[in-house]
Each structure stands twice: as C-alpha cells, then as structure tokens.
Design a protein around this ligand. Structure first.
Ligand code: AHR
Length: 652
C-alpha cells in the first residue's frame, strides 16, 4: 500500500525515484472495447465548415447573407462605369431568392471582388474551378473576366466565361494558379456594355478530398482520417438547436443541388461578444449527404444528432408544443430511411439519386444536443417511442446536459436510467485538475445500465470557453490521464470525443480546439495527438493493470490502462506520468509470454505550457522507439510529464 495513497497533482510529490512494479494480467479479459470507442465531434463552429473543411473559397456566393454584399466590393477599373443591384426573386426561388445584377456601362472591367474567408488560400500550380449561374436580361455582348489576385492585386490566375442564355444557366471554367497566396481575392468583371444577372459565384480547388468536385479540403480531412475514428458525430453541438427554432439545423434542407440549399445564419455568429463573427453563415454545402459520405470515407460510424423540438437553452429556450412535434419526429424517421432505407423507399431513393444506392449503415442517432429539464424528457419520450417502434435496432443517444454533475445532470441521469435509455451523452469542459481527479469517474457506474458517450470534453486551461484558453500540454496530458479511466471502463464507456474539433486561426469563437488551420495549412494540437494515440492503440479488450493490486488512477502521479489487440496479438500499455520527476517503472506481464522486443511511443514535454503552432506543428508530437523486454518484464524510465504507449507481442 506504500504508494497507493500518495496523490498530488502535477508531481509535487518527490517520492518517484523507487522502481514501481505494475502487474498486467494479460489472460484476464475485463471488458471488450467497442470499435466506436474513440471518435470525432464535428460542428460548424470556428469556421469548421464554411471557410474550413468545406473547400468553397467564395464567401456569400449567393448574396443571401443578411447584408447581401458582405464579402463583396464593387470594382471599377479606371475610366470604367457601372452599377449593381441586388434583386430578390422571392417565391420564384424561395431557397435562394437573391442574385446580383451587374450593369456595365463601358467596354471594359466593371464588377465585383470577393474577399474569401479571411482571404482565399491558393496553391501554385494547382487547378481552380470557377462556376457561376448567369442570366442575361437582354441580349448583350458581355463576357465575364475572372481574375484571382494576390494581396497586392497582381493576377495569379484567370479565365473567361462567355454567357449566352436568357435563362439561368451554370457556366464553368478553370485555371491554374501561378503563385501560392494565403490571402487571394477573386474578381468577377463584366466586359462590354450591358447587364448580367449572377448567382452562386463559386471557386473550388480541384484538389479536394478524393478529388470530389465542390468537395472538402483534403489536408483537413486527412487529419481526421489519420485518427482512424470510430464514429463521426454531426452536425453538432448547439448548431443542432439554433439560437431560436427558426435557425435550428434541418437536415432535409442540406441535401441536393447546393444552389437550392437554403442558407441561414450560423448561431456562433453573435454568440460571444468577445469574438463577434458577423460574416458567419451556413451555406450547407457540407450537408447531410456529405457528412454520411465523410463518415464512410474515414471508416467512422455516423452519429447524426437531430433537433428534438427545442432551441438552445442558453439562448431563446424556444420549445415546440408537444402536440406540434409531428414534423420533427418525422424528420428523424426520414433521416433513418435516408441513411439506411432501400432504394425503393422515398428517402432511400433520394440517397441513390445523390449517388449512393448502398445504405450508410446508420446504427445510432442523438435526440437533442445539450438539452435539459422535464421539457426535454417529455419530448425525448415521443421521439424514442416513434423511432423504436419503426427502427428498434437504432441506439439512441440522450443528453445529460452541459455539466458532468449538479442538479441538472442528476435529474437527467436518474430519469434516463429509469427509462432504460441506450446511451447517455456526458459533457465535461473542465479544468485540467478535474480530469486527473476524475480518472475513477466510471469505476462504480452501473454495469447493466445505459452505455456512456463522453460526447464533448476538453480541459480548459483558464475557464470554460475563455478566449485565453490554450491547447497546452498540461491540458492534453490531463486528458490522456483521464482517458485511462475511460479505457479501463470500456464495458460502460463505449464512445468518447474531444470538442470542438476545428478552428480557423483568424476566425474562431471557442478555444481550445483539436485542430487549428489557416487558409493553406493546419496543425494538430497536443490534444490531437492524445486522441490519435488512443484511437490508433485502442486494442480490442481491456486487461487489468495494477499497482499493489489497485488500478493506477493517480498514485505517485501515474495513470495507466492496458488492452490486448486480438488482431495483432499485442499487449498495449498506456501510462501517463503527470509528475515533474522521471519514474522508474517495471511492467510485469502475467498469463502470457511476451516477445523480446516491443515499441515505446512517447508524447512529452518538460514544459506544461508547451503548445503546437503553425510554425512548430510538431513541438509536442509522438516519438517512437524500440524497446527490449526481458523475461516478461518491460523496464522503463518514464519521462516527466509524459504519455507513454508500449506495444509488445504476446502469445499464450
Ligand atoms: O463544443 C462547443 C459547444 O459546447 C457545443 O456546441 C455545445 O454542445 C457545448 O455547449
């Protein structure tokens, strides 16, 4: 019992010099690890969607922002005359009513320039695809000169479009960029005298994820794929709820022709007075079909969250009366049919028409995001009854509110357990110390009750959603320590995801975030590498790892778990040393014979304030080396402030 009671946060204990012997009973399987265990939470916050992973470079391409010319400016070359009008065709096109009419009064160069999302990220020698909807109100001999310009106005790519139709028609053209530029702008100039109607002015890189036209930013999706995530939760987050019901997420409006996807404000637009984002809208170019496709591409099980008739309870708290919930419930049922239905069902047929006749294999769905109170339970019950009557095999995720404890949490936890809910979604945005103190959180959870989804969590270095929060090593290491507790309890905890996922370095609202990007590059935070290491080393079964017969949950600043991987026949040990001293550790493997060599992967920094950045993206990143194993014993010196993963082959 020597060391078991010594507990200090971040290593102010000096008693770490003695070698500790950890025992792993490799033949005693305690729990099976779900393939879904470590996943991704996606929400269009911090420009994650528009201006982020959705690769469209033109902001406000359809003039539907509340200020129709946001993102655009008039351009008049010298001696050129012209004017613009914003027209609204109302009922003729209710999803995309506005367009712009450009009246050119001289032979050359009048039009518009778009600033992109904090500029447009352009790569030299890459091809860019321009497209536009054009209607000529009169027969006019006009042409469109398209110019991509760098930040000092020099042309770095150009093409021409010759419109000819008096009806709305899509025109496309492409060009190769001659320069790399993070802050390019796009000019659309009308040459010749006459007027021209323009809508859906768009520019995409050709080199999107899987080269899909109008697709996703390849470097950002690659970062997700590199995590080998078990699930992808989308579209949020509070974005599901909307600040009011009118701006809730409605999946049916996000599929089909992008020109007909009704754009709305992004709820993060005005959420934080300290980070106003007046130009943050949702084009839904990344919509539900693309989400399902993305999940499939990266091998993740899709987890859509649907609105349950409640707007965000931090904002308007609007509720749909119980007797008017019908359409909301129908949306949920139709979504399951859209994902899984045969091509002979109405929504399955739509999926096929969009290019995916095969089902997306949806197995779970969240009803409501971060809801609470009896009003949530009342609405949830109606959804649950209708969904399980038609689709009994679909597992439903219920929210336990925004906090991991307190009255709201206790009420929801008790009520959902009484109702035998399938999966409970817990959120914890807490101080790093909370994560260390909660490594045992799930040790005494009911083994026969609902499964746990740690649906949103991140250590907050200053305070919840403080703009001063940092993705520093202290936070990441605390999450790594806490996650040993998730893993040890994998029979109860079936899913976990860090949140939020993405942030644009110039366009964020909420920090910390897992992956930061600008218009050309991105980097994973130390927290990203923690998530990735857990996911890549999750194994298939939990086995006991103990120190003096107790689980390792903070004794002498150590947190540990062990799993087997039954496909590679390896033992995987994870141990976090949260102390400032090196620790001598001896891992004694019982019940199996180990190989004589193995690997050690270490994520470490001597400085708890270390962060990764665009300039030093790998400052805190995993380092792998080979280790020797003697007589079933792995002897290591665990570096101060380190997360260590040991892999050794085993045989009976
Ligand atoms: O992850 C950011 C926000 O935190 C989510 O939108 C919400 O669910 C939670 O409050």
């Amino acid at each position: 019992m020597l060391c078991a009671t010594v507990f200090s946060i971040y290593g102010f204990s000096q008693s770490n010099s003695a070698e500790k012997i950890y025992t792993i009973d490799a033949d005693k399987i305690k729990a099976h690890i779900q393939p879904t265990m470590y996943g991704i939470f996606f929400e269009d916050i911090n420009m994650a969607g528009d201006g982020g992973v959705y690769a469209e470079l033109v902001k406000n391409r359809s003039f539907e922002f509340s200020a129709p010319l946001m993102g655009w400016k008039e351009v008049k070359e010298q001696g050129v005359n012209g004017s613009i009008l914003i027209l609204n065709r109302g009922a003729e096109n209710p999803n995309n009513p506005r367009f712009i009419q450009v009246n050119s009064k001289s032979a050359a160069g009048y039009g518009l320039i778009n600033e992109g999302f904090h500029g447009m990220g352009i790569k030299k020698d890459n091809r860019y695809n321009f497209s536009v909807l054009v209607k000529l109100p009169e027969t006019a001999g006009v042409s469109l000169q398209i110019e991509l310009v760098n930040k000092i106005g020099e042309i770095i790519g150009h093409t021409t479009v010759l419109p000819s139709s008096k009806e709305w028609k899509k025109y496309s053209a492409s060009f190769i960029a001659t320069e790399t530029e993070p802050k390019a702008s796009l000019k659309v100039l009308v040459k010749g005298k006459g007027s021209v109607d323009l809508d859906m002015i768009s520019l995409f890189p050709q080199d999107t994820w899987r080269q899909r036209p109008g697709g996703l930013r390849a470097d950002l999706v690659q970062k997700l794929a590199d995590m080998k995530p078990g699930f992808l939760r989308f579209p949020g987050g509070c974005i599901v709820e909307g600040r009011e019901l009118d701006t809730r997420y409605q999946w049916k409006r996000t599929i089909g022709d992008v020109a007909n996807r009704k754009m709305i404000v992004n709820r993060w637009n005005t959420e934080f007075a300290h980070r106003p984002s007046p130009d943050y809208f949702q084009s839904f170019g990344l919509g539900f079909f693309e989400y399902f496709q993305l999940a499939e591409d990266i091998g993740a099980s899709p987890l859509p969250i649907i609105n349950c008739g409640m707007a965000c309870q931090f904002n308007s708290c609007e509720l749909v009366p119980i007797n008017q919930l019908g359409p909301y419930v129908q949306d949920a049922l139709d979504l399951i049919e859209f994902a899984n239905g045969s091509v002979n069902t109405p929504w399955g047929k739509k999926r096929a028409q969009l290019g995916h006749p095969k089902p997306f294999n949806l197995k779970m769905m969240g009803v409501g995001n971060e809801q609470w109170g009896p009003q949530y339970i009342d609405r949830y019950k109606i959804f649950e009854k209708a969904i399980h009557a038609k689709y009994p095999q679909i597992k439903l995720v219920s929210s336990l509110g925004p906090n991991p404890d307190g009255e709201v949490f206790d009420y929801l936890n008790k009520t959902f357990r009484e109702q035998k809910a399938n999966i409970l979604d817990e959120h914890y945005y807490r101080a790093p110390e909370w994560f260390l103190q909660n490594a045992k959180r799930y040790d005494n959870y009911d083994r026969k009750g609902p499964k746990i989804f740690a649906g949103e969590y991140a250590a907050q270095s200053v305070a919840i959603a403080s703009p001063e929060n940092k993705n520093n090593w202290q936070c990441a290491m605390s999450e790594a320590a806490f996650m040993t507790g998730l893993e040890r309890n994998a029979d109860v905890v079936n899913m976990a995801s860090y949140a939020p996922l993405f942030a644009h370095v110039e366009g964020w609202q909420w920090t910390p975030d897992l992956i930061w990007f600008d218009n050309l590059q991105s980097f994973g935070t130390p927290n990203y590498y923690v998530q990735q290491l857990y996911s890549l080393n999750k194994g298939t079964d939990v086995v006991p790892l103990t120190l003096y017969n107790e689980a390792v949950t903070g004794q002498d600043n150590s947190f540990a778990s062990a799993t087997l991987d039954n496909s590679t026949h390896e033992l995987i040990i994870k141990i976090v040393n949260t102390g400032k001293l090196e620790q001598k550790a001896d891992f004694l493997v019982k019940g199996m014979t180990t190989s004589s060599k193995g690997s050690l992967t270490v994520l470490q920094s001597d400085d708890l304030n270390s962060v990764n950045s665009m300039n030093e993206p790998l400052a805190v990143s995993p380092k792998k080396s080979e280790i020797e194993i003697d007589d079933n014993q792995v002897k290591l010196n665990l570096k101060p402030y380190s997360f260590n993963i040991i892999r050794v082959s085993i045989a009976k």
